[in-house]
Write a protein that binds this ligand. Structure first.
Ligand SMILES: *[C@@H]1O[C@H](CO)[C@@H](O)[C@H](O)[C@H]1NC(C)=O
Ligand SMILES: *[C@@H]1O[C@H](CO)[C@@H](O)[C@H](O)[C@H]1NC(C)=O
Ligand SMILES: *[C@@H]1O[C@H](CO)[C@@H](O)[C@H](O)[C@H]1NC(C)=O
Length: 230
């Protein structure tokens, strides 16, 4: 998260701090989330934030068109941060989210690779598929899956990552942060901090373009208002 520019980071952290102090939680050392392609997120870009559950089919379905739209714009135009938001009724949501936080700490270039793999093969982590395995076995399956995806050399670091309280804390912080921003399901999107209306329909590529295009043509600070407004 060292890629957040100071202005937006300060704004976001200040607003986060205000809520966190009220709830007497711990302020995280860095702004939550995974920065897509290390694009600098700042007030100079259109900032999209997505709250995702790695084992949620609607999150999965929303990813390809969002990615395509973000890729369409240059890194100086649009940036993206994904936050994990494990839904309580998905049995493996927290451990898959935690795996993403662990991997992000180990190698932030691999985070989105693992997220996409979870989306692609998420069915093996659905409730019904892990119904009669123990929690330990389900965790083993997640670790094995992530290691196969990213290379077996990551396996021991991943296993010990699951043994460290701080990786659980990080995953909880993401969840709490989503709660504070009014997230109640996934996928849940914010554009420049404003939430998009929740809909059962996938926001497809063209819909994303319609949302983002008008924001990129406006030159910030140069919007002309009729003088009568003032
Ligand atoms: C980090 O992940 C990327 C993408 O998976 C990979 O290409 C790179 O080799 C990894 N770096 C390390 C140090 O493992
Ligand atoms: C769950 O248990 C049943 C009965 O013991 C078995 O037939 C089934 O294959 C198991 N399912 C999984 C996903 O292991
Ligand atoms: C996890 O922590 C426990 C207790 O601290 C320790 O006994 C165990 O060896 C650790 N396992 C791994 C894989 O690091």
């Amino acid at each position: 998260m060292s890629h957040l520019n100071i202005p937006v980071a300060s704004l976001l952290i200040l607003s986060l701090a205000a809520v966190l102090i009220r709830s007497q939680s711990t302020i995280p050392a860095r702004y939550d989330g995974f920065v897509y392609k290390k694009r600098a997120a700042s007030t100079d870009t259109v900032l999209i934030e997505a709250f995702y559950d790695p084992v949620c089919p609607d999150s999965r379905d929303s990813w390809a068109p969002l990615k395509q739209a973000v890729d369409h714009y240059g890194p100086t135009v649009v940036s993206l941060i994904v936050h994990t938001f494990p839904l309580p009724y998905h049995d493996n949501a927290f451990i898959t989210s935690r795996a993403l936080h662990i991997v992000n700490d180990l190698n932030s270039s691999a985070t989105y690779t693992l997220l996409e793999a979870f989306f692609k093969y998420q069915e093996q982590f659905y409730n019904a598929k892990t119904n009669n395995v123990s929690r330990a076995t389900a965790l083993d399956q997640v670790i094995t899956f992530a290691s196969k995806t990213l290379g077996n050399s990551i396996q021991s670091a991943l296993t010990s990552g699951f043994n460290k309280t701080k990786t659980s804390t990080k995953t909880r912080v993401s969840f709490k942060y989503g709660c504070m921003r009014g997230v109640y399901g996934t996928p849940f999107f914010f554009v420049n901090g404003f939430s998009l209306p929740v809909s059962d329909d996938v926001i497809d590529y063209n819909a994303w373009r319609k949302i983002i295009d008008p924001l990129t043509t406006k030159q910030h600070g140069k919007t002309e208002y009729p003088l009568t407004v003032f």
